[in-house]
Write a protein of this length. Structure first.
Length: 533
């Protein structure tokens, strides 16, 4: 291995994989991509294989979360991908880019280059959309995008019910108007294979002489000389290794991993770092702070017929048959993403654009934060979440030792707006599910949640049954203030040669899922670092 590289990219997830490929594309810069996990296995290529990978410590990180002591909910665990491709190798593959207003708001706040026109250009460059190219879609990009081909009576009825509830039915979830209801879009190709960031970007680039991809290393801190980042310190099997960077170190470790590394490297709140015995390189009080995350509330509905429910398809002989069907033909339940239809709604009175996302699935899960269990009766479920929550949590170190756990406090539903909108979202789910289009298929909401009707009762459901959406952002947020962690060029303030490129840079969650925005951040970062458009 070379002793020094132009760029070191830390983390081979959705953003890091894109960034490493783009930086190495023209051959002029040498790039080292570092990842703690291995290459993905065959289960990652099978879309529903994530059900197994989510519990495998070889391919996933597990982060215990501290909930409010007054909450009746048992403490949850957040899972993140630990492999080349990162969380794009174990997520639900729902492809939502966010809304025009999200990116224009970034630019209006002074973050030049992050407006919708620029980001749409990047999204279109990434996409190979099965509907073909137009002014809002891309074609011939590295990431295949397909609309859910599993057209069923139940899903059709859900979409029709959304129409009866006043929503426009739409064919493209990422079209120019976000509000409406339709089949989900996934980064799954026509043969039913997951298109992770590793598959789309790294696999075609692995033969490049100027790109080295090294796995199995935990990155422990960034190395500085006179406040200039010059490399990283890594460890594996009790041994440490040093890697040097001539031009820049770019952290792409995600909204949990990036603030961890910044704080371990001496960038964060000076008082907290000093209390842990960490030498302060730069006082940056909002590292690990301002975290925003979705909280989702699954609501189960009993179905009249077994043929409309997938509850029996993921266990026993039926699971074995479905895996075989997938391996032979790339079809069936194992070829589908995590949500099969999606509605974007204005749930709150007075909302001027969608404030809630509703996800439909043709199966129902038993309550609890333990292993995934499907109900023993035919069922389906929907869950909703606030698209742009106001409540802010944090990610902080507990020790100067890199292996020590983090303190993660999501601080869900802390604001009046979030509580009102969460309640309104659950009511929006119920409004759709009680429309005439579903009457012949749905018995009704199950007993676990049906009795909760008042605002306080619904909020109690969130406290007991709610769980994270795996869409955390904000822990190294960009902005124009000297206290913002990174500037609009993604450079970490107070030092040189250190950049961040992942969802931690978004001050607010783009309206929807975060895999597509993470890939776009990686692409945008490459343009910044290479001095391109």
């Amino acid at each position: 291995m070379k002793p020094e590289f132009d760029f070191i990219v830390v983390g081979a997830g959705s953003a890091g994989s894109v960034l490493a490929e783009r930086l190495s594309k023209d051959g002029r810069a040498s790039v080292l991509l570092l990842e703690e996990g291995p290459k993905p296995n065959w289960l990652s290529a099978m879309p529903k294989g994530f059900g197994k990978l989510l519990s495998d410590p070889k391919f996933a990180h597990f982060f215990p979360v501290a909930n409010d002591a007054a909450s009746p909910r048992v403490g949850e665990t957040w899972v993140r991908g630990k492999m080349f491709g990162g969380s794009s190798g174990i997520n639900g593959m729902v492809w939502i880019r966010g809304a025009r207003e999200d990116y224009d708001a970034l630019a209006e706040a002074g973050n030049t280059g992050w407006n919708w026109e620029e980001m749409l250009r990047i999204f279109r460059s990434i996409e190979d959309h099965h509907l073909g190219a137009d002014e809002s879609r891309g074609e011939a990009g590295p990431v295949a995008i397909t609309t859910n081909p599993n057209r069923t009576a139940l899903a059709d009825a859900f979409i029709a019910a959304g129409g009866q509830a006043g929503l426009a039915e739409k064919d493209d979830q990422n079209g120019p108007v976000q509000e409406g209801v339709g089949y989900a879009q996934w980064n799954i190709d026509a043969r039913g294979r997951r298109v992770s960031a590793a598959r789309a970007f790294l696999d075609p680039a692995r033969g490049r002489s100027n790109l080295e991809c090294v796995g199995g290393l935990r990155i422990d801190r960034v190395l500085f000389e006179d406040k200039k980042a010059v490399g990283v310190l890594a460890s594996a099997g009790g041994e440490t290794r040093t890697f040097k960077a001539r031009r820049a170190v770019i952290l792409c470790a995600g909204a949990l991993g990036t603030p961890r590394l910044l704080q371990l490297s001496g960038i964060g709140d000076a008082a907290r770092l000093a209390a842990l015995g960490i030498d302060v390189v730069h006082h940056s009080p909002f590292v690990g702070e301002r975290m925003r995350e979705h909280i989702v509330l699954p609501v189960n509905f009993r179905l009249r017929r077994w043929r409309d429910s997938d509850n029996r398809d993921y266990g026993g002989p039926r699971l074995m048959a479905n895996v075989l069907r997938y391996l032979l033909a790339g079809k069936g339940p194992m070829a589908r993403g995590a949500a099969e239809a999606i509605a974007f709604v204005r749930a709150s009175a007075g909302a001027n654009r969608p404030d809630t996302q509703i996800m439909f699935n043709p199966y129902s899960l038993a309550a609890g934060n333990g292993p995934i269990r499907f109900e023993d009766a035919p069922g389906m479920h929907c869950y909703s979440y606030i698209l742009r929550p106001d409540s802010e949590g944090h990610v902080r170190l507990t020790s100067a030792q890199p292996e020590a756990p983090l303190t993660i406090d999501p601080n869900y539903l802390h604001t009046d707006y979030d509580r009102r909108t969460a309640v309104a979202g659950t009511r929006a789910v119920r409004h759709i599910m009680t429309q005439p289009a579903l009457n012949a298929l749905v018995v009704g909401e199950t007993d676990a949640t049906a009795a909760a009707q008042s605002d306080d009762e619904i909020l109690d459901l969130y406290a007991r049954l709610g769980r994270c959406g795996y869409h955390a952002v904000g822990t190294a947020a960009m902005g124009t203030s000297e206290t913002d962690v990174v500037d609009p060029q993604l450079q970490v303030r107070g030092v040189s040669g250190l950049f961040v490129a992942d969802c931690s840079v978004f001050p607010r969650i783009p309206s929807g899922n975060t895999n597509a925005p993470a890939m776009a951040v990686g692409w945008r970062a490459s343009e910044i670092l290479l001095g391109q458009r």
